[in-house]
Ligand binder design. Structure first.
Ligand code: KG4
Ligand code: ZN
Length: 347
């Protein structure tokens, strides 16, 4: 079954063609990073306008690269939330038009389900049930995944997402936007234990996260550091970046391993933009191998926002017979608990 996936939830216009929910035939991503860079974050109105400009060529390119025609498509899967309303609307209405004109089944996809299922684009996949951490600029949540469409949220951030913390701290350190990659690069020359930044919620049983206190702690530290108020200091910018990164990574790894123990499942997977971070990958692998648990990371192209993961989710929902009608709307907030389960699983 050939599915076209479309995702315009934030600042990437993406379209992908996926065969049988497993094999990526194309995954085209038009990034708007350069456009938003000057503003230090995504400007919703600019994002919508840019999606309008790019949606047609991006979808066209995805069909071309996959070497399929519109009439070969057996389903269209489109992200309807969570995300920026104006941005989501562009993808949704384009998908509706295509589905109506070419009479192709259409299905509405939750972006978070896409991140959770992104691992199924890889050769090596976890067995159900497993623990999934989705960690990006907009989300930080831990789920138990019992099957396709069967997710239980066990914890989430109570304030900033981990990627948001990377972006805000990068701004404080003058490293630009988005912050994940420059912080990781800068941290390579730094000492991860030079400054002890706070690690929230490590001391109780909660599987929730909080990163806004950490961001404030870094901001206060940097202010003192710039004013020369840190005594006997040989602290470098790289030390600050590395110590900050370590604090985020420690919390993420700790909570995921706790969730695994609590649910006694035998596999863990990590997805979303922050899952590209190599320090997170290393520490997660170390912690999991100490408990003889396999950890799965999608390749970076499938960690950051992409439409291939949306096509994977769409495949399982279309196989089950799920269809969206043309009256469906976008949802800026779309908790995974609101998802309908997929009862019959595609093989
Ligand atoms: O999944 P994604 O592309 O978009 C959202 O749904 O948010 O994630 C983007 C986020 C940004 O906050 C970015 O700073 C972060 O992922 N990110 C990273 C790295 N690469 C991207 N954070 C830490 N280390 C990285 N290497
Ligand atoms: Zn995302």
């Amino acid at each position: 079954m050939i599915i076209l996936g479309i995702d315009t939830s934030c600042d990437d216009t993406s379209a992908a063609v996926v065969l049988d929910g497993r094999r990526m035939l194309s995954n085209v991503i038009h990034s708007q990073v350069k456009l938003h860079h000057a503003y230090g974050g995504v400007v919703p109105e600019l994002a919508s306008r840019e999606h309008v400009r790019n949606i047609m060529p991006v979808v066209g390119e995805s069909l071309l690269r996959a070497n399929v025609r519109m009439r070969d498509l057996e389903g269209i899967a489109v992200t309807v939330g969570p995300g920026l309303v104006g941005a989501l609307l562009v993808g949704l209405y384009y998908a509706k038009c295509l589905a109506y004109v070419h009479q192709i089944p259409l299905v509405a996809i939750n972006h978070l389900e896409g991140h959770i299922l992104s691992i199924f684009l890889e050769k090596e996949v976890p067995l159900f049930p497993f623990i999934a951490l989705t960690v990006s600029g907009g989300h930080t949540s831990v789920y138990t995944v019992e099957g396709y469409g069967r997710y239980t949220q066990m914890g989430q951030t109570l304030d900033d997402a981990a990627g948001e913390a990377f972006d805000k701290v990068a701004k404080i350190l003058g490293l630009g936007y988005p912050g994940g990659v420059p912080i990781e690069k800068t941290a390579r020359d730094g000492r991860k234990d030079r400054i002890h930044f706070p690690r929230a919620y490590l001391s109780n049983d909660s599987l929730n996260f909080s990163f806004s206190g950490l961001k404030t702690a870094v901001a206060l530290y940097v202010k003192k550091w710039c004013n020369g108020e840190i005594e006997n200091s040989d602290v470098t910018l790289a030390d600050i970046a590395s110590s900050f990164q370590e604090s985020v990574v420690d919390v993420l790894v700790n909570k995921v391993m706790r969730a695994r123990k609590k649910e006694s499942v035998s596999a863990v997977m990590v997805a979303g933009g922050v899952a590209c971070n190599n320090r997170l990958r290393t520490k997660m692998l170390e912690a999991a191998s100490a408990e003889a648990v396999p950890v799965y990371f999608p390749r970076p192209e499938y960690c950051t926002d992409n439409a291939a993961m949306i096509a994977v989710a769409g495949y399982h929902r279309i196989m089950y017979g799920e269809r969206a009608d043309l009256s469906m709307d976008v949802r800026s907030k779309y908790p995974i608990q609101d998802l309908s389960p997929i009862k019959k699983t595609a093989t």
